[in-house]
Every structure is written in C-alpha cells, then in structure tokens.
Design a protein around this ligand. Structure first.
Ligand code: ZN
Length: 503
C-alpha cells in the first residue's frame, strides 16, 4: 500500500479536531447553528495552521448529505463528506490561485458558478493562495463576491493578507489563524504517534513541536522524516541525526555555559550556532532576543503575557531566567547590541562574537569594569549600591578558581560585599594546574566578615593578584587566546585592574 503522509492521513475531519484554532471553529459552528452563514470567508495565517482543513470542514458542514440542512457536526461518512475530504467533490471546487492567476480563470469560475450545484446544497469555491491573483482576476472575482448566486459560497485562503485588495477583504468575513503553540502541536504529535504505534522520547516530541514554528503541517512533515529514518522507537539520537540542534537549544546551552563561567563551552555554542548557518549579526540579534525573554521572565515572573511562549518552553526558560538577575540581563543586552553594531561594519566579525561570548562568560559579577576602575580611582566603592540588584546571582567563591580572580576590592576595605567586580577564568581553562596559586589572596567574601578593615593602599595592592605566570598560562589556552587577543574587552580590563601594583 502506498505510504500516506501523516499530514494527509490525520487531517482534521470536524471542527472539534482542528488543533489550536478553537475560537474560529466555535464561531463558524455557531454561525451554522444560527443560520448566519456568510457568502464569503477569508482565512489568513501562515502555512500549515489549518486554513485548508477548516475550509474543507466548513464545506462539509454546509453540504453534508446526512443532514437536512447545514450542520455543525458533519458526518464524515456520506458521499459528499468523503469526497470533500479527498478534494474530489463536484460541488466543492478547490482552486490554487498560484497556478490560476489570470482573469480568464476567474471568468470561467463565474460562468460555472451560475449553475446550480450537481447534488449538494451549495457550490463552494475554495481559493487557496488568493493573493496570487492578478489585479484583473481580483476585479472579476469582486463582481461575483458582491452579489453571488444564493447557492454559492466562497472561502478564500491566504498567507499574505496585505496583498489581498481591501475591496475583496471588506466583502468577506475574515478569520486570522494563529500560529499553533508548541504545546498544542506536541499533544497532537503524541496522539498521532500512539495511533501509529510508535514510541518516542518526550524530547523528540518537544524538539519537533518547537522546530515546526507554529505549523502543524511542518511538524507532521518532520515526523514523516523521522519515521522514514526507519526507527519505530524515536530517541534523542534519532532526532539529533535528522534534526540537528535547534538554535534556541544552542542559546540555552550558551546561557548555561555563561552561568557556569565556562568560556570554552560558550565558544563551542557560538561555533555551533554559526556552523548551523547563523550570520554573526543574526546570532547577536537572536541572542539579544533570547536574553530579553529571560529578562522579562526574571522581572515579570513566569506567567507574564509580555512574551509568547507555550507550556514546557515557558517553564524551561523561566527556570533558566533565574540564573541571573535583571541588571545582568540589561548588561548582557547592552554588550550584545554594541557587538552587533561592530559586527555589522567589520570585515572579520567572527572574533568579535567569540570575544563577547568569552567576556560575558568570564565576568562573574556584572558590573561595568571601566566604571568600577573609575570609581576606584576616586576612592569610592564600586560595588556599593549594586548589592541588592546583584544579590540574585550567588557566585559561590570556589577555591580552585583563584588563579586569576581579581578579588573583591570594596569588601576588603569596608564592606563584606559579594557583588563587586571580579573577573575570573574557570580553572579548566588553564591547561597546567601545577603552578601554585593558592598562596595568593583568595577572593572569598565569606570570611571577610571577620577580617580587619584594610587600608585603601592594601586594597589596591590586593587588586593585582593576576601574576605574570597566570597571565602567561591564560594566554596559552588556544580558545581563550584567540578570543582575548581580538578582544578590546576582558584582557584590557584585567590589565587595568592590575595597574596599581606596578609601581
Ligand atoms: Zn456527511
């Protein structure tokens, strides 16, 4: 038996089965029940959101032979319902406007429309991609739309509403089909998989739902592709082969790497993103958008309607949003926007992207370093006043991290403040661990409570804890060297912090 693609096999048969367009289905059902059926409908929305399915169901509802009149619950069994479902009904004419753009096509339609339907109540014209019609064809259609014969109904569908003349739009009832939420798509996929007798890891359903970008048809095409791969049990490996990591997953991994100060992993994420086809500028834009989403979740809470996220994705991002506080996201977005502008005018944008990823990953407490130094020069405490806003991100001081940590200046002076700028490289980025660094001052806030207040001079001295040896080793790590050499950012700031000890 010939393989039937899932999108066709599981096409919705009645109003109740349409996924994600509940409001439209209800309106149409009520219109039928109350006998207020319009003669022209315009269905708009991106591809694969159920426009054609809804049009066919509406045609079935109008013409079902197992009912005395139009019915909100077509039987899906009578000759009319079955033929409409496979697109072969005499009285329900489906026209693809993309290949029938001319005025002659519409003239022909008009002359046919004059004849009564062969065996049903209504002659229904479903014109797909109606925006493709020529202006002459639109004019011809307009005349029929204005005063159609009583037995004629039009259902126009388009993905580009703005190309449909206002005169046409105003003679139709317009329904805007929404993109289908990943949660709704996931639910439908799960049900289809069960009916097909296929088991799938939850991650597979999640990935396909999100990759489909709101289109049920795209989701089912992807599922077809996965099934063609030959597995009756879809696992995370299967999907990784067929559908390499989505960009959102890459950004999520990148943010995780930043939260863990793992510069090497952050660079890998950047690399994955660029290999998958993102340009450096587009990468910045998507990262900014991602950071914005996290910032809004962090400020407004998980239930906010300011962002359009569904179910599992919302939960996942909401959990991740807690990695940093709002001020950190503001810092990140500012830095990324600056990089985006520089990338745009640079002939070698890649190092800029790598550098910004490293810079963000290595910044433990997001205080503008230049500003902090300026304040230091003026004898102020750079971390002060930012304590509250940075309190969310608790960076537990790790002893092993001390190699190039620049310790907390202000807390040594008077405040046991953990929110002071420190720049550190996780120890894994330093290839050789043999050089002892433990005897250097450890930037730990915990014990500073008990410490006597240091003099300002002492504080300055303590800033310079990046030994020449550590710096040399740092510059030996290929990933970090590559990024930092191009930077203009982190390394320079590190040197600035070190400056006071060089006298
Ligand atoms: Zn029927």
């Amino acid at each position: 038996m010939a393989y039937e693609v899932l999108a066709r096999k599981y096409r919705s048969r009645d109003f109740g089965e349409i996924v994600g367009q509940g409001a439209i289905a209800t309106t149409l059902k009520n219109a039928i029940e109350m006998g207020r059926i319009h003669h022209g409908y315009l269905f708009t929305g991106t591809r694969g959101v159920g426009k054609t399915s809804m049009a066919r169901i509406l045609a079935k509802a109008l013409n079902c032979h197992n009912s005395d009149g139009p019915t909100a619950t077509p039987c899906s069994e009578c000759e009319s319902c079955l033929r409409i479902a496979d697109g072969s009904d005499l009285d329900v004419v489906e026209i693809d406007a993309a290949s029938n753009t001319g005025v002659d096509n519409i003239r022909e339609l008009r002359s046919n429309a004059a004849f009564r339907p062969a065996r049903s109540r209504f002659k229904v014209y479903i014109i797909d991609e109606v925006h493709m019609l020529s202006s002459g064809a639109f004019n011809a259609l307009l005349k029929t739309l204005e005063e159609p014969p009583e037995h004629v109904k039009f259902i126009l569908a388009t993905t580009e509403t703005h190309k449909v003349p206002a005169t046409i739009q105003s003679r139709c009832q317009r329904f805007d089909f929404r993109s289908i939420s990943p949660a709704d798509i996931g639910e439908q996929l799960q049900s289809i998989l069960e009916r097909e007798g296929i088991t799938a890891d939850p991650i597979v359903v999640r990935r396909v739902s999100r990759a489909a970008n709101g289109s049920m048809r795209d989701a089912l095409s992807l599922l077809d592709q996965l099934l063609a791969y030959g597995a009756s049990n879809l696992t995370a490996e299967t999907i990784e082969d067929v559908l390499p990591g989505g960009h959102d997953e890459t950004l999520a991994a990148l943010v995780d790497a930043i939260a863990q100060h793992d510069a090497a992993k952050a660079l890998e994420c950047v690399d994955r993103s660029l290999i998958s086809g993102y340009t450096p500028e587009r990468f910045c834009e998507s990262f900014i958008e991602y950071a914005r989403t996290l910032m809004i979740l962090s400020i407004c809470g998980g239930e906010t309607e300011l962002i359009d996220l569904a179910g599992p994705q919302r939960e996942q991002l909401n959990a991740q949003a807690r990695s940093f506080d709002a001020a950190t996201y503001v810092y990140m977005i500012g830095l990324l926007e600056e990089t985006r502008r520089r990338v745009k005018s640079s002939s070698a944008p890649r190092p800029l992207i790598d550098a910004v990823a490293v810079r963000i990953a290595l910044t433990e407490s997001f205080v503008d370093v230049g500003e902090a130094i300026e304040k230091l020069d003026q004898g102020e405490t750079p971390g002060r006043g930012q304590q509250a806003s940075h309190s969310k991100k608790k960076v537990a001081p790790r002893e092993s991290e001390s190699p190039i940590s620049t310790p907390d200046i202000s807390s040594r002076r008077e405040l046991p403040d953990r929110s002071v700028p420190r720049i550190s490289v996780p120890d894994r980025n330093v290839p050789d661990r043999s050089v002892p660094v433990r005897d250097e001052p450890t930037p730990v806030a915990e014990e500073s409570q008990d410490e006597p207040v240091k003099s300002p001079r002492r504080a300055e001295r303590r800033v310079g804890t990046i030994s020449a040896e550590t710096k040399r080793k740092m510059s030996q790590h290929p990933l970090i060297r590559q990024a930092l050499e191009q930077s203009g950012g982190t390394l320079i700031n590190v040197q600035k912090l070190q400056a006071p000890t060089e006298d």
